[in-house]
Design a protein around this ligand. Structure first.
Ligand code: ATP
Ligand code: MN
Length: 277
C-alpha cells in the first residue's frame, strides 16, 4: 500500500496496544494533517519519537541514521540533524515508525536565530485543571501587557503550551533570557502558584513554567503531532476561547473534530511580525 508515494510496510501493525490503533491509521492521520503540520515544522530541525514495535518501546531520535536519503539532513558542527520539507518526507517518517514530531524554535538554514518561543505549563500533582487554566491565562495576560500575541495548544499530555511567534532577529541567548524573565515575572507575582524551579520536588502544589525549551537544540512537540501515549492524544492548536473546553489530552486521533483541521486559531501565527526588542 502506498501513501503519498511511500510504500507503507506492515500497515496493520498495532502501534497503540490499548486502543488497537494501527500503523496505517497513524500514516493516514499524518497524510491528512501534512499541510497543516508542514506549515509549522517545515525546515525546523526535528527530534522524533519513533516506535518500531508500539508506543511502549519508543525512543527519542535527534540524529538521522538509516533514513538519511529520505529526509533533509544538515550539519551543525560535526553533528547531523534533519528536517522535513514536504509531505513525502513527512509520510516517510511515519513509515519509519515516527509517532511524535518535536521541533526546534528556529528554521534551517538560520538555526541560530529563533522565531518561536514556547512556554510549557506543567501542573504539579495536586493542581486542578481549573488552576492550570488560570495559569495559562495569567501567562497570556503578561504577554498581552507586553503587546505580544500568543497562541495556545494542548500538549496532548498533562499541560498546555503557549507559543509566541517572532520575526528572526535575536540570538538564542537573548531569546532564552527574555522567556526566563517572563516566567520569573509570573513566579514573583504569584509565588504560591508558580515555579520556574526545574527540580520536581519544588513543584508540589504549583505550576511549573518551563521556559527552558527556548534554548538552542531544545524541542517542543509540534502542533498536530500525535503523542505516543494511551489513546493517541494530539497536540492541538486551540483558540483562547476554547481553553476551558478541552483538557490537555482530550483530543485524540479518534475523536478530533473537523473544525480543528481548519486551524483558524493559529491563522495569524504565520503572519506575525512581532519582534523581540
Ligand atoms: P506534558 O504536557 O505531559 O508535560 P510535554 O510535551 O510538555 O507534555 P514531554 O512529553 O515530557 O512534555 O516532553 C518534554 C520535552 O523533552 C520534549 O519536547 C522533548 O524535547 C524532550 N524529550 C521528550 N522525550 C525525551 C527523551 N526520551 N529524551 C530526551 N528528551 C526528550
Ligand atoms: Mn509539559
Amino acid at each position: 500500500m502506498k501513501v503519498a508515494g511511500i510504500e507503507i510496510t506492515s500497515p496493520e501493525k498495532v502501534l497503540y496496544p490499548e486502543s488497537g490503533i494501527s500503523k496505517i491509521e497513524v500514516v493516514k492521520y499524518y497524510e491528512k494533517v501534512a499541510d497543516l503540520m508542514l506549515r509549522f515544522i517545515k525546515k525546523r530541525p526535528l527530534a522524533v519519537i519513533r516506535c518500531h514495535e508500539n508506543i511502549e518501546n519508543g525512543f527519542f531520535k535527534k540524529h538521522p541514521t538509516t533514513e538519511k536519503s529520505s529526509v533533509s539532513v544538515f550539519l551543525d558542527g560535526d553533528e547531523e540533524y534533519f528536517y522535513v520539507k514536504n509531505k513525502k518526507e513527512l509520510i516517510f517518517q511515519a513509515q519509519m515508525g515516527t509517532i511524535e514530531f518535536h521541533s526546534w524554535g528556529s528554521t534551517y538554514p538560520k538555526i541560530d536565530t529563533p522565531n518561536m518561543m514556547v512556554f510549557d505549563l506543567d501542573p504539579g500533582e495536586d493542581i486542578s485543571l481549573e488552576r492550570l487554566r488560570e495559569g495559562v491565562q495569567d501567562l497570556k495576560n503578561i504577554l498581552t501587557d507586553l503587546r505580544l500575541q500568543s497562541f495556545l495548544k494542548t500538549s496532548g499530555g498533562k499541560g498546555y503550551h503557549v507559543v509566541v511567534p517572532f520575526k528572526k532577529s535575536r540570538d538564542w541567548e537573548s531569546f532564552e533570557d527574555f522567556s526566563k524573565k517572563i516566567a520569573q515575572l509570573l513566579e514573583t507575582q504569584f509565588p504560591k502558584k508558580y515555579t520556574t524551579n526545574i527540580r520536581k520536588n519544588q513543584r508540589h502544589g504549583k505550576i511549573f513554567i518551563d521556559y527552558l525549551r527556548n534554548t538552542r537544540g531544545a524541542t517542543c512537540v509540534a502542533p498536530f503531532s500525535l503523542r505516543a501515549r494511551s489513546n493517541a492524544p494530539i497536540s492541538v492548536p486551540l483558540s483562547w476561547r476554547d481553553l476551558k473546553s478541552y483538557a490537555p489530552a482530550d483530543i485524540n486521533i479518534k475523536n478530533i473534530s473537523d473544525k480543528f483541521f481548519k486551524n483558524e486559531p493559529w491563522e495569524e501565527f504565520y503572519f506575525s511580525t512581532q519582534v523581540l526588542k
